[in-house]
Design a binder for this molecule. Structure first.
Ligand code: GAP
Length: 460
């Protein structure tokens, strides 16, 4: 296969309906994307599969769905108002804004010179490195930057009509705070004993100014976050557990081990005392899809301090009273969808020299599980009956336009694992032809055996 570039993937996703550029008819808006009819199915599958592992199959684990907008005191207490920033500099020549650490990373990638880790440098050191290595503005090619300063990533908005200080609120930059501020409600209603976990899936917002590499870095994205409340003495073993939990989850979705690696953080967020990401080998290089964070008692203690409500937990067996420690595991749903797309994309040269684009998704991840195809339009009544039966169980598509070969190709390139063709014999023998995407093998099967054949392949 010719090399998969991000440019090729962006064009492909737009063409087949995975992802469209945000606000496209108005010339777009940087770092925003919309998911099309196939993309939303992919994301829904990812969220469902993660929820199954993180809540349904995890003992003493619960779900919650919290607000995007919260009392601004949440962000004062969490430390985001004071600490959640990126090191930015402006180009004095062309007035564009850049992240100093990302300029250095890009320079290091291009020159293959990884002499220092930009995450470990402070503002003055970042600036000195850029000057010393003559790193120019990527927009205008000049070297005339302002000094590096901290730029808070939270989006602000105003509640009500006035724009005074009191009305200022923030769009959440992480979903996790929703779990912390509900700790008392969660504990009371679940009657859960520590250790217990809480999962939250939802949108988060960050005022990112660096180019995003498609959906890798956007200003609005979805997080799947899980907070484990435990005793401090157990935190390290849960931290290791959740590092592996994430890695195994990605492998279970079909990403090969060789394309994944752990990466410890050199620079820790203000709330973490240890952090380890899983990186995937994207076409633009290794980068983060998830993080496991040892947040200790930072969040609950700070909310205790700022709200005046006790976050203490009394162990019913030992009678010890303490503020629980938190181990967080968090996955960017959009980054995982992007990794799965990159991993699945293949251009296969067939016998005879033709090339087919095929997305080799596992059936669990694939947007559509089955496509029903009448060989000719006058078979559509029977085909629709089969389609209706299958839609009760799976996400299916139906296609009756174009040659059968073209229709198979259309399903290959969106990753549909099974195509079912209705032909004239079907009317007599109640059988259909089922074609498997990767092997392209076809077999004949009775309609009343279809669900029994497909269900274990698609759901397990
Ligand atoms: N609650 C902890 C937290 O938010 P994070 O490492 O800043 O930690 C978690 O973010 C995950 O969210 C990342 O691993 C990444 O997958 C995703 N993420 C973060 N910023 C993003 C962005 N601008 N665009 C898309 N995904 C992003």
């Amino acid at each position: 296969m010719s090399e998969l570039t991000m440019e090729k993937l962006v064009g492909f996703c737009k063409r087949v309906g995975f992802v469209f550029p945000g606000s496209e008819i108005y010339g777009g808006m940087g770092n925003t994307w919309d998911y099309g009819p196939i993309g939303i199915e992919l994301k829904n599958n990812i969220k469902k599969l993660w929820w199954k592992k993180a809540v349904q199959e995890s003992e003493n684990s619960y779900g919650i769905d919290t607000s995007i907008l919260m009392n601004p005191m949440v962000w004062k207490a969490s430390g985001h108002l004071d600490n959640f920033s990126d090191p930015l500099m402006d180009c004095r020549e062309c007035k564009t804004r850049h992240r100093a650490d990302k300029l250095i990373e890009e320079y290091q990638r291009k020159t293959n010179n990884f002499d220092v880790n930009p995450d470990a440098l402070d503002k003055a050191e970042l600036y000195d490195y850029i000057i010393k290595h003559n790193i120019k503005c990527p927009n205008c090619g000049k070297l005339n930057f302002t000094e590096v300063r901290n730029f808070n990533l939270m989006f602000e908005t105003n509640r009500g009509v006035s724009e005074d200080k009191q009305s200022k609120i923030y769009l959440r930059p992480e979903t996790a705070q929703g779990e912390y501020i509900n700790f008392l409600n969660l504990q009371r209603t679940t009657r859960a004993k520590i250790p217990f976990g809480v999962a939250n899936i939802g949108k988060a917002f960050r005022n990112e100014i660096t180019p995003g590499n498609f959906t890798f870095r956007t200003i609005e994205f979805e997080q799947m976050e899980h907070q484990l409340f435990c005793h401090e003495k157990d935190a390290k073993s849960f931290y290791d557990y959740y590092k592996n939990f994430a890695m195994e989850f990605f492998i279970s979705l079909g990403i090969p081990k060789e394309k994944l690696k752990f990466k410890d953080h050199d620079k820790l967020a203000h709330y973490a005392s240890a952090a380890c990401d899983v990186h995937y080998k994207f076409p633009f290089g290794w980068d983060e899809i998830n993080g496991t964070h040892l947040r200790g008692t930072w969040d609950l203690s700070r909310h205790q301090e700022f709200s005046g409500k006790s976050m203490a937990y009394t162990d019913p067996f030992t009678n010890e009273t303490f503020v629980p420690t938190v181990v967080e595991h968090t996955i960017g749903c959009d980054r995982l969808a992007l990794a799965l797309l990159c991993n699945a994309y293949d251009e296969e040269v067939l016998e005879g020299g033709d090339t087919r684009v095929v997305l080799r998704f596992t059936p669990q991840v694939a947007p559509y599980k089955v496509c029903v195809l009448p060989l000719q339009k006058n078979l559509s009544e029977k085909a629709r009956q089969v389609y209706k039966m299958l839609t009760k169980k799976f996400m299916c598509s139906y296609d009756e336009s174009g040659s059968i070969g073209k229709r198979y190709r259309r399903q290959d390139e969106i990753g549909t694992p099974y195509c079912i063709t209705i032909d004239f014999d079907t009317l007599n023998d109640e059988s259909v032809t089922i074609r498997e995407r990767d092997s392209m093998k076809q077999e004949r099967i009775k309609i009343n055996e279809l669900l029994g054949f497909l269900t274990p392949k698609i759901e397990e």
